[in-house]
Design a protein around this ligand. Structure first.
Ligand code: F6P
Length: 198
C-alpha cells in the first residue's frame, strides 16, 4: 500500500471514567475529534482523486468517529469484528483499580507478561495479533485505507508496519486524538503524526 492512515477512536465516556472495554458512546471531546478528522486527514496529504476507504471495528465509538468522514467526504465505511478492542473478559467495564482490588494476582500477572496474559474469558495481545492476520493480509493488498480502531489494536498494527517485535507493542504510547500516516519506504516505514487541537 502507498500509505495507511491509523487512529484510535475519539475519547469515549468509558475513557473519561477510566473503564476498559465496553461499547460506550463518544464524549463531547471525542465528538470534536470526529468533526476535526476530515480537515486533519486532508492536512496529512491525500492521494490524488482517490477516496479513502474507512475500516472501523463493530463498536459504536469507532463508527461515531468515522461519521464526518462519511458525511462530509462521502467515504465508504467497512466494519470488521477483527478490529474490535482486546476482549478483557470478566474485567470488561472495570477500572484498573477495580481489577487490582478484585483480581490482584491477575493484575500482577498481566504486568509481568502483558503480551501473553489472557484475561479470564477474554484475550491476550498474542491472541489479538493472530486475529489481526486477515486484516494485515487485506491491508497489504489494499490502497487508500484509513483504520479507526482501539488502543491495543493500533499498537499491534503499528508494530507490524514498523517491524517492532510484537512483545513490545503492549507498552507503546498511543495518544488519543492523533492521526498517524504510515508510508512504507524502501528503508522502512515513515510515520507522520497529526494531533487534533482539542
Ligand atoms: O482504556 C482504553 C482501552 O482501549 C481499553 O478498552 C483496553 O482494555 C485498553 O485500553 C488496552 O490497553 P492496555 O492493554 O494497556 O490495558
Amino acid at each position: 500500500p502507498r500509505s495507511i492512515w491509523l487512529s484510535r477512536h475519539g475519547e469515549s465516556m468509558y475513557n473519561l471514567d477510566g473503564k476498559i472495554g465496553g461499547d460506550a458512546d463518544l464524549s463531547e471531546r471525542g465528538q470534536q475529534y470526529a468533526k476535526l478528522l476530515p480537515a486533519l486527514v486532508k492536512q496529512s496529504g491525500l492521494p490524488k482523486d482517490a477516496p479513502l476507504t474507512i475500516w472501523t471495528s463493530t463498536l459504536k465509538r469507532t463508527g461515531q468517529t468515522a461519521r464526518y468522514l462519511q458525511e462530509e467526504l462521502g467515504w465508504e465505511k467497512l466494519q470488521w469484528k477483527a478490529l474490535d478492542e482486546l476482549d478483557s473478559g470478566v474485567c470488561d467495564g472495570m477500572t484498573y483499580q477495580e481489577i487490582a482490588d478484585k483480581y490482584p494476582e491477575d493484575f500482577q500477572a498481566r504486568d509481568d507478561d502483558k503480551y501473553n496474559y489472557r484475561y479470564r474469558g477474554g484475550e491476550s495481545y498474542r491472541d489479538v495479533v493472530i486475529r489481526l492476520e486477515p486484516i494485515i493480509m487485506e491491508l497489504e493488498r489494499s490502497e487508500n485505507v484509513m483504520i479507526i480502531t482501539h488502543q491495543a489494536i493500533v499498537r499491534c498494527i503499528f508494530a507490524y508496519f514498523m517491524e517492532i517485535p510484537q512483545e513490545k507493542s503492549p507498552w507503546m504510547e498511543v495518544p488519543l486524538h492523533t492521526l498517524m500516516k504510515l508510508t512504507p519506504k524502501a528503508y522502512g516505514t515513515e510515520v507522520e503524526k497529526f494531533k487534533a487541537d482539542i
